[in-house]
Structures are given as structure tokens and as C-alpha cells.
Design a protein around this ligand. Structure first.
Ligand code: ATP
Ligand code: MG
Length: 217
């Protein structure tokens, strides 16, 4: 992992915000505390209101993608700005500094605790649950909903979380209710995982099929 100089990141963001109307933002892997602080500053300066935060910390292949001191910065500087956060179970454990989350009951409790960190909506993802269901738990401070999905047997699950958060950000401006954007993004992702075995890319975890809908035409 090679961090990019933070002045360069700030310039890229300022250039984009000056040139393009940005309706929603999605954040993924930020890497270091300096990057987290730089991005948080840009989000505030540009008054970003629709922010999806995928708090990427550990890759599917087990590589650590976020320095420990960056977790504190993420928790304090970015998460309170978020409309939606989409941690997986290991990331929720780090953010909450809690014991391993193993069951749906653990997830329901953790979704509430994560909401107390300041985002408007928590989507706690269940891809790391044991068993044949991969259920996500969503809490907006008032209502808790669960999006169950049968676990699809494939090794092509690389970027499921990234795909989901990007799809939510892309769909947010198209739905009056953010929960509808979340449901639509989850449906898109589940279809992309279902179709992923049409692809054979590389020897590790392959990608989900982002263009399944176009290919079928
Ligand atoms: N095998 C599967 N079948 C169906 N849905 C899955 C499967 N694996 C993950 N999902 C779904 O994909 C989304 C991503 O979940 P996961 O918990 O795997 O996130 P993640 O660990 O952040 O993923 P990534 O490693 O790609 O960043 C969730 O909506 C989850 O329910
Ligand atoms: Mg992820």
C-alpha cells in the first residue's frame, strides 16, 4: 500500500468540487490518519450532505488497510458526517471496540451502538456471519430493518462491500427515502454476486458481475 500525498488528495477533491455537481459521495479505503483528516476537512469545506462511508479496514484476503491511529480519526472526524455507514462485522468490532459479533442478535445491538457514533443510518453487513444466510441489519435511529439474502456459493466475492456502498451512493439521489436506495443497491449486489460465476478473472477471489444486467441484453 502506497499512501498518496495528502496535499495532492486535497487538490483533487477541490478540483472536482469546483467543476462537477456532486450529488453524493462514497468513501472507501482511506489508509492513514492523515488522509482521513484531509478528506474530513474537504467534506466539511464543500458541505457534503449525502455521504456514504464504507469504513474499509481489512481486505477479503486479510490485509490490513487502515492504520490503527486512523481508526480514531475515522470514528471522530468522518462517521458523524455520514448519512450511511456500511461496516462489515470485523470493522464494527473495531469501531465499537467490542467482542466478536457472531449472531443476528449481536448485530441488532451493534447497529444501535454504531448509530450512537453519529451517522444517520447504519447498515451492518452480515457477509461474515456463519451459516447460509447473509443478512444485513439497518438502523436509522427509529426503525430497524433486516435485509436477508441466501448466501451464494461462489469465490467471486471480491469487492462486494465496495460495490454495495458505491451502488447506495449512486442510487441515493434517485430515491426520496434512503432506505429504498439501500434496498435497490442490495438487490443490485445480490444479482451481481449471483451472476459472478459468468466471469473468471484471476486466481484469487474474482469480482462480482457489475454489468450482469447489460450482458443479459
Ligand atoms: N456469498 C454471499 N452471498 C450473498 N450475499 C453476500 C455474500 N457475501 C457477502 N454478501 C453480501 O455482500 C455485502 C457485503 O458484505 P460483507 O460483509 O462481505 O462486506 P465486506 O466484508 O465489506 O466485503 P468486501 O470484502 O468486499 O469489502 C452484504 O450485503 C452481504 O450481505
Ligand atoms: Mg469491505
Amino acid at each position: 500500500m502506497q499512501p498518496v500525498p495528502v496535499a495532492f488528495i486535497a487538490q483533487q477533491l477541490d478540483t472536482l468540487f469546483a467543476d462537477v455537481r456532486i450529488d453524493a459521495v462514497k468513501l472507501g479505503m482511506l489508509g492513514t490518519a492523515d488522509v482521513v483528516i484531509t478528506v474530513a476537512d474537504a467534506l466539511r469545506r464543500h458541505r457534503v450532505r449525502r455521504l456514504v462511508v464504507d469504513p474499509v479496514m481489512v481486505s477479503k484476503s486479510g490485509h490490513h488497510l487502515l492504520a490503527p491511529e486512523a481508526v480514531t480519526a475515522l470514528r471522530l472526524e468522518i462517521i458523524p458526517l455520514a448519512e450511511i455507514i456500511t461496516p462489515n462485522l470485523p470493522e464494527a468490532e473495531v469501531l465499537l471496540n467490542c467482542a466478536p459479533l457472531r449472531t443476528l442478535a449481536d448485530m441488532r445491538r451493534a447497529a444501535r451502538d454504531l448509530h450512537a457514533l453519529g451517522p444517520r443510518i447504519v447498515m451492518l453487513k452480515g457477509g461474515h456471519l456463519d451459516g447460509d444466510e447473509s443478512t444485513d441489519v439497518i438502523f436509522n435511529g427509529a426503525t430497524q430493518i433486516e435485509l436477508p439474502a441466501a448466501r451464494i456459493a461462489t469465490k467471486n466475492t471480491h469487492g462486494t462491500g465496495c460495490t454495495l456502498s458505491a451502488a447506495i451512493a449512486a442510487l441515493l439521489p434517485r430515491h426520496a427515502d434512503p432506505l429504498d436506495a439501500i434496498r435497490a443497491a442490495k438487490d443490485y449486489l445480490t444479482a451481481a454476486i449471483t451472476a459472478s460465476d459468468q466471469l473468471a478473472v484471476g486466481s484469487g477471489h474474482g469480482p462480482v458481475h457489475h454489468f450482469h444486467n447489460l450482458w443479459s441484453r
